[in-house]
Design a protein around this ligand. Structure first.
Ligand code: MCN
Ligand code: CUM
Length: 794
């Protein structure tokens, strides 16, 4: 079967209310912490207060003396069993519990197992750890400075703190294009660390059954099958003896892809004690130690012709990976899909160099609504576009439009080598400009300026790659990226569909049912969707990089078509005609020459169990594995207008317009929810969220007093537009991913708007978050405000 779009009659797509919300709104979801197992014990983790120190001694005697403490696991305990280190998803190793050194504040040092979680936590405080502090490295510059301490001295052959140097593109061609440029525009910025902050923290319950040797783990994971593979490696258990169950998840945002030491500790404790062991991370633990995102220094230039044509782009990036390189990303690419930058523009040549370094910070980089660092790529792209237009004295919209890939120019090879396949970029921009009232706003802005008021407008336009893989190019640890769906139609015509994805709030229980319904005409309410149990779900790579609809969703439609093909044979048998004489309309087969003579899909289902033709295998179920030919490339335009108060640096959003083209929308209401959520996060990153480190490596922002999560009160309103639909040419239902678009493209629109308001000052950059004091500094001092400000601790 090919993926070519099938002209299935329109049926089930539309703004159907989310099925899962019935239980969520009633507080009846089942999250990891809701699950109780008989005889369950509780784990708590002691974390390092220091960012870099030698571990001299860990004294657990006082903790162990507590009558209700069952075990204390330390790095030393694990080392004796060769379990102190675990493999990461980027082929590094990470300490499960510290042995030789601690390498970031919040690193896991010991794990106490007790009868209840409070005792476990108290007993952690009774553990006496002697540390010998070491010099601390908190940014890539310090990491490569002369005489810098080697953070990863556990690794043989690791002389310094560089993890990798990697490049992509055409260095020579780019050099030449720059030599021929009329204008060269430059921009340097830092995309700060940000934090996914799901409402539910990470957690697991490991339950090892000695009698069957089977290990069951309930776990907050976005990728249960990958975790099963990782556990098989760490615990040295064969895969069929491991069952990972990911129940309801209270938000993931990328936070829940990696393997965490807490998971491993609960598993090892359960194997050791032969009791179920629950570990639930607390909020500060999550904020301080969980996988972060971004923390990339971007520096680049653009070669331009006087009339505005972009000739070439050069980018240099430096990524701060923290103490362990543990990003979950395609193994072929060292810095994720950063080189998807500038894909929306027709640029002949480009070159990028990247360097990854270790620092004394929690590991991270790829996590938080990013599709493997696309967020940084698009942020730099759209900030650079604004700077270049300004340098040329060109209109922001006209400059973008002039350089867009044209509608008739697909498939298009991007400057770094991706292949984009469809889009109507100019049309999306038109819709956005009209909605924001572009020309009027520019006039208002002029007029306001003459009265000392600062109005600004920021544009961000981008296409981004969502839905890895194809399996030729994308793998994680060698496991190819494809996905799967299994569909079982019961004899009554009700059905269950399972996929290898695992939603965390995106509405899969609704949209997968809509896809089956669209393909087969079975009402969506008659279809149950189940994900996240490795014993029952078909193998898949999980949910991240907005890959569920592009890959698992495609598998859902392909398996439905396999079912339809078999049902057609059953219909021919029931109607006593040959298959060629059968026509399909949604939910029903009929005889071409006698349209009233037909059978429903439900009647076919019954026949599959009660009246199949001779020689036909009974039943109506199947599985499809889907390996997408390409990524999907949604396009988006975000336009923001702001007013900046020159006295205080406070800025207010006046208007936000979003035009998202994600191809065919299965459920427009869910899609809008995804866009609104993403814009709220984009606004938060641009405006208020700040998680940084002082010179000693202390995490500043380890609680929600310091690290702001916007509520409805802080979040401005958004105007969404859905009129541009460019179906994905290779996806069976023409859909493209949407889960990350607004978080990826949004931040640049907010930042561009504030800088546009400040255009008279000559300020080129203020690094996020654009807190009032930083904006005020830019206005009054008339200089760029870059990097995280040093946080004094004396
Ligand atoms: N959809 C649709 N029509 C389309 C595209 C998508 O109706 N053309 C629907 C989908 O069927 C799905 C939802 O929109 O119900 C998102 O789909 P998709 O773009 O495929 O993204 P994923 O389901 O793979 O979700 C992952 C993505 C990522 S990577 C992060 S990070 C993120 C995000 O989703 N985390 C989220 N959105 C989130 N939303 C919630 N509520 N919680 C998170 O943790
Ligand atoms: Cu990069 S966060 Mo999402 O891809 O799970």
């Amino acid at each position: 079967m090919t993926a070519a779009a099938d002209p299935a009659p329109d049926g089930a797509y539309g703004p159907v209310r989310r099925k899962e919300d019935a239980r969520f709104l009633r507080g009846q979801g089942t999250f990891v912490d809701d699950i109780q197992r008989p005889g369950m014990l509780y784990g708590a983790i002691l974390r390092s207060p220091l960012a870099h120190a030698r571990v001299v001694r860990v004294d657990t005697a006082a903790a162990l003396a507590h009558p209700r403490v069952r075990a204390v696991i330390t790095g030393e305990t694990l080392e004796q069993r060769k379990l102190a280190w675990m493999p990461t998803l980027s082929r590094d190793v990470q300490a499960v519990l510290a042995t030789d050194k601690v390498r970031f504040q919040g690193q896991e040092v010991a794990c106490v197992i007790a009868d209840d979680p409070y005792i476990a936590k108290d007993a952690c405080e009774a553990i006496d750890v002697e540390y010998e502090p070491l010099p601390v490295i908190v940014n890539p510059r310090q990491a490569v400075a002369e005489g810098a301490p080697v953070i990863r001295d556990d690794k043989e052959g690791q002389a310094g703190n560089v993890i990798y140097d990697w490049e992509v593109g055409d260095a020579e061609g780019t050099e030449q294009a720059f030599a021929e440029a009329d204008v060269v525009s430059r921009l340097q910025l830092h995309y700060p660390r940000s934090h996914p902050s799901p409402i539910e923290c990470c957690g697991s319950i490991a339950d090892f059954d000695r009698s069957t040797s089977k290990l069951t783990v309930y776990m907050t994971t976005q990728a249960p099958h990958i975790i099963r593979a990782a556990v098989a490696l760490v615990a040295e258990l064969p895969e069929h003896m491991i069952r990972i169950i990911s129940p309801d998840i209270g938000g993931g945002f990328g936070n829940k892809v990696p393997v965490y030491p807490g998971y491993v500790c609960s598993i090892l404790a359960s194997i050791l004690l032969e009791r179920p062991v629950k570990w639930i991370e607390d909020k500060s633990g999550n904020l301080i130690s969980t996988h972060f995102a971004r923390d990339v220094y971007l520096d680049g230039e653009m070669a331009l012709r006087r009339d505005g044509k972009i000739l070439a782009v050069r980018m240099r990036t430096q990524a701060d990976h923290g103490a362990f390189f543990s990003d979950a990303q395609p193994s072929k690419f060292k810095i994720g899909l950063m080189h998807s930058a500038f894909a929306a523009y027709d640029i002949p040549v480009a070159h990028m160099t990247t360097r990854g370094t270790y620092t004394n910070k929690a590991p991270g980089g790829v996590a938080y609504r990013c599709s493997f660092r696309v967020t940084e790529a698009m942020f730099f792209q759209e900030r650079m576009m604004q700077a270049a237009a300004q340098d040329l004295g060109m209109d922001q919209a006209a400059f973008r439009r002039m350089n867009f890939v044209r509608d008739d120019d697909f498939p298009h090879r991007t400057p770094f080598g991706f292949l984009t396949d469809s889009g109507q970029y100019g049309k999306c921009l038109d819709v956005g400009l009209r909605a924001i009232g572009y020309d009027d706003f520019r006039k208002q802005q002029e007029e306001a300026r003459s009265r000392g008021r600062l109005l600004g407008l920021g544009i961000s336009t981008m296409t981004e790659p969502l839905g890895a893989g194809n399996s030729r190019e994308y793998d994680i640890l060698g496991i190819k990226m494809f996905d799967s769906a299994e569909l079982k139609v019961h004899m009554t015509g009700k059905a269950i569909v399972r996929t290898g994805a695992r939603g965390q709030g995106q509405g899969h229980e609704t949209t997968w049912a809509q896809i089956v319904s669209h393909e087969l005409g079975i009402p969506a309410e008659d279809i149950v969707v189940e994900e996240g149990d490795t014993d029952t779900a078909p193998f898949g790579m999980g949910t991240y990089a907005s890959r569920s609809t592009p890959v698992a969703g495609a598998a859902v439609s392909m398996v439905s078509r396999k079912i339809r093909a078999k049902a057609r044979k059953l219909a021919a048998h029931l109607l006593e005609v040959s298959e060629e004489d059968i026509e399909w309309e949604l939910g029903r087969f009929y005889v071409r020459s006698a349209p009233d003579h037909g059978v429903t899909i439900q009647e076919c289902a019954m026949a599959a169990y009660s009246n199949m033709p001779d020689g036909m295998e009974p039943g109506l179920e199947n599985t499809a594995y889907y390996d997408p030919p390409n990524l999907t490339w949604p396009f988006a335009v975000y336009i923001v207008t702001v007013e900046v108060d020159p006295e205080t640096g406070v800025w207010d959003v006046l208007n936000t317009v979003a035009v998202d083209d994600c191809g065919v929308r299965i459920n427009p209401m869910i899609v809008e929810g995804q866009i609104m959520g993403g814009l709220a996060e984009a606004y938060a990153m641009a405006n208020m969220q700040f998680i940084t480190f002082d010179a000693e490596g202390n995490c500043v922002g380890s609680n929600y007093m310091d690290y702001m999560l916007p509520t409805a009160w802080e979040t401005p309103g958004f105007e969404l537009h859905s009129e541009v639909v460019t179906p994905c040419p290779h996806h069976p239902i023409g859909a493209k991913g949407i889960g990350e678009c607004a978080a990826v493209g949004g931040p640049a629109a907010f930042v561009n708007a504030v800088l546009d308001a400040l255009s008279e000052t000559g300020v080129r950059n203020i690094d996020m978050p654009l807190l009032p004091d930083r904006v005020w500094e830019a206005i009054t001092q008339r200089h760029d405000v870059s990097g995280a400000p040093p946080v004094r601790t004396d």
